[in-house]
Design a protein around this ligand. Structure first.
Ligand code: P6P
Length: 326
C-alpha cells in the first residue's frame, strides 16, 4: 500500500549514465562528467529560453556569425553557457561551435574530448515561441593529450563520434543522446532540477507518412527531390516543417518520417552543417534504426574538409530515406 503513496520519480540522468558507463569505450567517469556538463548548460538555457520575453534577451544581437547569419541574443548566451560548462568540467580540450569562426581551445591540458555543437539551432523561432534545440557531437582527440589541438582532432568523420545528442526546448525540455549503444531520451523536471529517463531505447519506425522540407524552394530543387515530394503528395502523406531542425527531427524520430534539407539554387551544398548538425543527428538516427545521407552517401562516412562545411541532409525512417534516393 505504501508504494502507492510514494510513486517512484524514475531514473535520473546521472544514475542512468553510471548504470550504463560500461557501455562507454573509455574511462567511465569522463563521459559521466561530459554529459553532466552538457545537461547543466541545458538546464540553464531551459531557464533563459523560457523567460526570454521577460528578460529582454529575445531578438537579434546585432552581429553575424561566419555563416553570415544574424545572431540572436540567445545564440550568443547559449554559446557562452556551453563553453563555460565544458571548460569548467575539464574533460573537453576544444570546441567547434556554429557561433565561432575558429576552433575554441579551452586550454584544458588533460582534456581528451572535442565537442562540436550548434548551441541553439533555430533561434530565430524564439521570438515566435516555437521549439528550438542544441545539437552536439563528442569526439575523442586523436593528437597527444596536452599538445596543441589540430585540424585532425576537429575534422573527424561522423563515424568516429563517441557520443552525440540534442536538447529540445519545447513543451518540455528533453535531452536525447547515444554513446553508440542505442538512443535514450530524458525529460527535464524543473521543480527537481533533474533530467529523468522518459524514452528508453528509442527506435524510429521503419516507414512513415510525414515529410519535412521547405516547399517554398520547390522550384529551385533538383527534379529528383521534386519527384519525391510529388510522390509524398500522391500517397497523401502529411507535410510537417516548422523551421526548427531539432523539433522536426524529434517528431519524426518518434512518429516516423523524413526530414530533407537538399541542395537548392541558393544553397548548392544545402544549408545544414556537417560537423555540428548533421553528424550528431545522423548518429542518433542510425542508432535508432533509421538512415541519414546527403542524398547519395551515408553522412557518417563523409570526411569533413572544413569546420563549417555544409552538406545536403536526408534523415529519418529507413524506407523513406531509401525511397527519396531512388
Ligand atoms: P529554411 C534553422 O535556421 C535551421 O538551421 C534548421 O533548424 C531549420 O530546419 C532550417 O534551418 C530552416 O531553414 O531555409 O527552411 O528557413
Amino acid at each position: 500500500m505504501q508504494t502507492k503513496l510514494a510513486t517512484s520519480v524514475g531514473i535520473t540522468l546521472d544514475r542512468f549514465i553510471k548504470k550504463k558507463q560500461n557501455d562507454f569505450a573509455f574511462a567511465s567517469g569522463e563521459l559521466s562528467q561530459l554529459l553532466r556538463d552538457i545537461a547543466l548548460a541545458g538546464k540553464i538555457i531551459h531557464r533563459e529560453v523560457n523567460r526570454a520575453g521577460l528578460l529582454n534577451i529575445g531578438g537579434a544581437y546585432g552581429t553575424e556569425n561566419i555563416q553570415g547569419e544574424e545572431q540572436q541574443k540567445l545564440d550568443v548566451i547559449a554559446n557562452i553557457r556551453f563553453i563555460r560548462a565544458l571548460k569548467n568540467g575539464g574533460e573537453v580540450c576544444a570546441i567547434v561551435s556554429e557561433e565561432d569562426d575558429e576552433i575554441l581551445d579551452l586550454n584544458n591540458k588533460d582534456g581528451r574530448y572535442i565537442v562540436s555543437m550548434d548551441p541553439l539551432d533555430g533561434s530565430s523561432n524564439i521570438d515566435v515561441n516555437v521549439s528550438i534545440g542544441t545539437i552536439f557531437s563528442i569526439f575523442r582527440r586523436v593528437s597527444p593529450v596536452g599538445s596543441k589541438v589540430t585540424d585532425e582532432d576537429v575534422l573527424q568523420k561522423g563515424s568516429e563520434q563517441v557520443a552525440a545528442g540534442y536538447l529540445l526546448y519545447g513543451s518540455s525540455t528533453m535531452l536525447v543522446y547515444t554513446t553508440g549503444r542505442g538512443v535514450n531520451g530524458f525529460t527535464y523536471d524543473p521543480s527537481l532540477g533533474e533530467f529523468f529517463l522518459s524514452h528508453a531505447d528509442m527506435r524510429i519506425p521503419e516507414d512513415g507518412k510525414i515529410y519535412s522540407i521547405n516547399e517554398g524552394s520547390y522550384r529551385s530543387l533538383q527534379p529528383k527531390v521534386q519527384q519525391y515530394i510529388e510522390s509524398c503528395k500522391d500517397k497523401k502523406y502529411t507535410a510537417r516543417y516548422i523551421g526548427s531542425l531539432v523539433a522536426d527531427f524529434h517528431r519524426n524520430l518518434l512518429k516516423g518520417g523524413i526530414y530533407i534539407y537538399p541542395s537548392t539554387e541558393k544553397a548548392p551544398d544545402g544549408k545544414l552543417r556537417l560537423n555540428y548538425e548533421c553528424n550528431a543527428l545522423a548518429m542518433i538516427c542510425e542508432q535508432a534504426g533509421g538512415l541519414a545521407t546527403d542524398g547519395e552517401k551515408r553522412i557518417l562516412d563523409i570526411q569533413p574538409k572544413s569546420l563549417h562545411q555544409r552538406v545536403p541532409f536526408y534523415t529519418g525512417s529507413k524506407k523513406m530515406v531509401e525511397e527519396s534516393m531512388k
